[in-house]
Structure formats: structure tokens, C-alpha cells
Unconditional design. Structure first.
Length: 465
């Protein structure tokens, strides 16, 4: 165990180094109890997920019925079914809360099922499929080592698979706070998909800490390659802006005015800026407790220019503990890379199938840099459910000093690992030239070539297996 952990710790350090550089009271389900619900302050956001229609009621009824069958192995009683359906229709109950109500109910607990049966029920009820061998064995090992069933349940509720199942039925998987709801609606309105966990966490963290404004988030979505690659028409583009920024359908006069401007040559970026600086968008952001624009204005040149070629020197210290054994390692890395700056926001994503990656989001405010890094791994033997590192930096001409810290918590081969990470980076610009002076074909994608990241992940996977 110690030997394996020592290798894993060292490999994790290398992986984190390369990525950082590369990215600078429950209701009872029993029939004798009818669920009683009270709306709370979050019900408005939740109810927005649902359309008031007969089709929606049928979908919710089907969703609740499958939990009776999969979890309690029986048909629903009319009163219990009606109570759950009414709660979900009115946005008072989420999919996750219903799931907890069944799995933590006395009726289910009194079934006294084995760990194997417990997991099989979760897979069928939460993922609508049979267990995969690798995932099943991982959860079974965790239960055998002392993880509570409540913790396993929470893992299933927070999974992307359960979120997708809920959305198939038009049901929110869990209760979102205001800022999470704000970010989620941009994923749905702009990208026409559910948020990925790491991207959602990065944006939410940035908004909550004041590193990102509503306008900066909006630019991050509308100017992203994912959105631009959709190649939507001008009409569709404007409709998306109205729905995402104003939470309404377009009015005829305004819509036709913007459409005419686009057809006469106004850029979509200019239209976007007008929507960001509108009173309606400011009011929408205020409703979620978010600032629309920083200080009311974000004029050109309000942030330092950090584009160009940089020599990057990093010192990374990571202290990891597993099963009572702890180890601290320090790594120093020096590399050269390019930074391609786009305004005052930082929004960088790296992903390679089979290996992993992460997202880095933040802002440059004058000479101050604030960023949040969220890491992900594709290796089934290496997973993290806490994966955030926060950074603060200062630009001083051709030098940037950055400090970062965070906690990573997860598992490797069934062993829980907790790592505290601290890092310092010094970036020195080798030339005053920005990337605007560099031929596109000569510029690297991110501060490090992808081969460095790939090699780090190869080492992780070799140790994991």
C-alpha cells in the first residue's frame, strides 16, 4: 500500500504541474405517509425547469413510478404517488430529494439488502441501466472499506448520468443556488446542453468570489468555439441573446432593429456588448446576486496585456495522505509557452480523450489576476470529487507572480486520497511582442505543447493500472 501510494503521490504531482502550466426532514415513501411540501426561496429556479402541461405530468408520474418499482419492488400507492408528483410538478422537490426519500425511507432500509443489491438498485434507478463491472466493483470496494451508503447515494445523485436521466423527464436533479442556476441557464440557452461538472464548478466559483462578472461569463459562452461552431443564423443568434440575457422572447421592434444592423455589417461581438450593457441584463444579473459589469464599464485597455511568449518557472508542493500515511513532495518545472489573450477574461479548457484535462477561468482586472482551475481525469482508477485550485497573481510589466492553493480529494484504486496543493509561478516575458505579431501556425495551443500534458497522464495511467 505504501509503495503504491508513494508512486501515486509522485505521479499526481507531475500531472498537476503539467496541467497548471498547460492552462496557466425527508418524506417516507411508504403508503401510510403522504408527502407534505413547503415551497422555499429556491422553488422559482426549480419550477423554471418544468412546463405546465399534461405531458409534463405524465413524465413526472413515470419518473416517480420507476422509483417505486426499482427501489421498493412494488407499484406505487395512489396517495404516495400523488404526493410526490404534486411536489415535483410545483418545483418543491428535485429528483435528488425524491431519490433520498426512497433510499433513506424506513421501507427501503427495512429491506436490509446486501451491498451488491444496494448498488444494483442504484444503478437501475439512477442510471436506468445495469451496473458496469468496473464502476460496480469500485463502489463495492468503497463500501467494504467503510464508506456509508448515504455517501454513495450522494455520489449517484450528483453524477452526470443521474442529471441526464432527470432532464429526460424534465426534472431538476438537485436544488441549485441562485448562481448555479444562472450559469446552468447559459449552458442550456447558449450551448443547448446540460453543464459539464468541471465547467459549471469553475464558473460558479468565479462568480461567487467576484472574479467573474455576468458580462464576462456571457462573453465566455457566446464567443466560445463551442457556440461559434454551431454557425447559427442571425435570427437564431438574436433569439438566443434575448432568451439568455433578457429571459424573454424577442419583441418585434427590437428584434427587427438588431437584425437590420447585423445585415448592414454590425458584428455579432458589437451586438453582444450592447446586450451585456443593457438595463435588462443588469436587472437579470441583480436577480441572481451577480454584477453585470465591473464598475459599470470595461473599457479597452482596462486590463494588463499578458499576451506573448513567457518563460514559466513553477514550484509546486503537494502533501497527500491516505489511510494514515502522508507524504510531501516538491517539484520545480521550467518551460516556455505562449499566452493568447482575448480581452480581460481567462477561459481556457484542455481535454484529451482517454487522459483528462480541466478548465481555467478567471479575470484580469488592471494588473491583478484571479483564476480558478478545476481538474478532471479520464482514468477510472483516479477520480476527484474536490478538484479546485485558486490562483492570485500580479502583473508587473514583463513579469507575472502567481500564487495558488487548493485541496484535492478523491480516490485511487479504492483508496481515499487527500492532497493539499500550494504553488508559486513566476512568468517572465521574453519579448514585448504580443501574439498578434506571431504567425498563428507558430503559436502553441496554451502555454505548453500538448505532448507534455499527454506524457504526464500516461504516467498516471501506468501507475493506476
Amino acid at each position: 500500500m505504501v509503495k503504491h501510494f508513494q508512486k501515486t503521490c509522485a505521479a499526481l504531482i507531475l500531472w498537476f504541474s503539467l496541467i497548471i502550466l498547460a492552462m496557466v426532514g425527508l418524506p417516507d415513501a411508504h403508503s401510510s405517509t403522504i408527502p407534505r411540501f413547503t415551497p422555499d426561496a429556491a422553488s422559482t429556479e426549480i419550477s423554471d425547469w418544468m412546463a405546465s402541461s399534461e405531458a409534463m405530468e405524465d413524465a413526472v408520474t413515470e419518473f416517480v413510478t420507476r422509483f417505486y418499482r426499482e427501489c421498493l419492488d412494488r407499484e406505487p400507492d395512489p396517495e404516495g404517488l400523488a404526493g410526490w408528483v404534486n411536489g415535483m410538478k410545483n418545483g418543491w422537490v428535485t429528483g435528488g430529494e425524491l431519490a433520498e426519500g426512497f433510499i433513506l425511507s424506513p421501507e427501503f432500509i427495512n429491506m436490509n439488502v446486501s451491498d451488491e443489491t444496494f448498488l444494483t438498485i442504484l444503478y437501475r434507478a439512477f442510471f436506468d441501466r445495469q451496473p458496469d463491472l468496473e464502476g460496480f466493483n469500485g463502489w463495492l470496494s468503497a463500501l467494504g472499506q467503510g464508506m456509508s451508503r448515504a455517501s454513495v447515494l450522494e455520489g449517484f445523485i450528483r453524477s452526470s448520468e443521474f442529471a441526464e436521466l432527470c432532464r429526460r423527464y424534465g426534472i431538476p436533479p438537485y436544488r441549485m443556488d441562485r448562481i448555479e442556476a444562472f450559469v446552468t441557464r447559459f449552458y442550456h440557452e447558449c450551448l443547448n446542453r446540460a453543464p459539464d461538472p468541471s465547467g459549471l464548478a469553475g464558473w460558479v466559483n468565479g462568480l461567487k468570489n467576484g472574479w467573474v462578472t455576468g458580462g464576462e461569463l456571457a462573453r465566455g459562452f457566446i464567443l466560445s468555439p463551442e457556440f461559434t461552431s454551431r454557425d447559427v443564423s442571425n435570427e437564431a443568434f438574436l433569439t438566443i441573446l434575448y432568451e439568455a440575457f433578457f429571459d424573454r422572447v424577442p419583441d418585434t421592434v427590437g428584434f427587427n432593429g438588431w437584425l437590420s444592423a447585423l445585415e448592414k455589417g454590425m458584428s455579432r461581438a458589437a451586438v453582444l456588448e450592447s446586450f451585456i450593457r443593457s438595463e435588462e441584463f443588469a436587472a437579470l444579473c441583480a436577480g441572481y446576486g451577480i454584477i453585470a459589469v465591473r464598475g459599470g464599464t470595461e473599457p479597452p485597455g482596462a486590463c494588463a496585456d499578458i499576451s506573448g511568449e513567457w518563460q514559466m518557472t513553477q514550484t509546486l508542493t503537494i502533501s497527500c495522505c491516505a489511510e494514515g500515511y502522508c507524504e510531501t513532495e516538491t517539484e520545480s518545472i521550467s518551460e516556455t509557452g505562449y499566452i493568447d489573450q482575448d480581452g480581460c477574461t481567462i477561459d481556457y479548457a484542455y481535454y484529451e480523450p482517454g487522459f483528462g484535462g480541466g478548465t481555467l477561468v478567471g479575470t484580469i482586472d488592471g494588473n491583478d489576476i484571479r483564476m480558478t482551475l478545476n481538474l478532471i481525469s479520464d482514468d477510472p482508477d483516479i477520480s476527484f470529487y474536490e478538484n479546485t485550485i485558486d490562483f492570485r497573481g500580479t502583473v508587473q510589466g514583463n513579469r507575472i507572480d502567481i500564487n495558488g492553493s487548493g485541496r484535492l480529494r478523491g480516490g485511487s484504486q479504492g483508496v481515499t486520497v487527500v492532497c493539499d496543493v500550494t504553488t508559486t509561478l513566476v512568468l517572465t516575458r521574453s519579448t514585448m511582442a504580443s501574439l498578434s505579431d506571431v504567425e498563428p501556425d507558430d503559436a502553441s495551443v496554451g502555454p505548453l505543447p500538448s505532448t507534455f500534458f499527454r506524457r504526464g497522464m500516461e504516467i498516471i495511467q501506468a501507475i493506476g493500472h
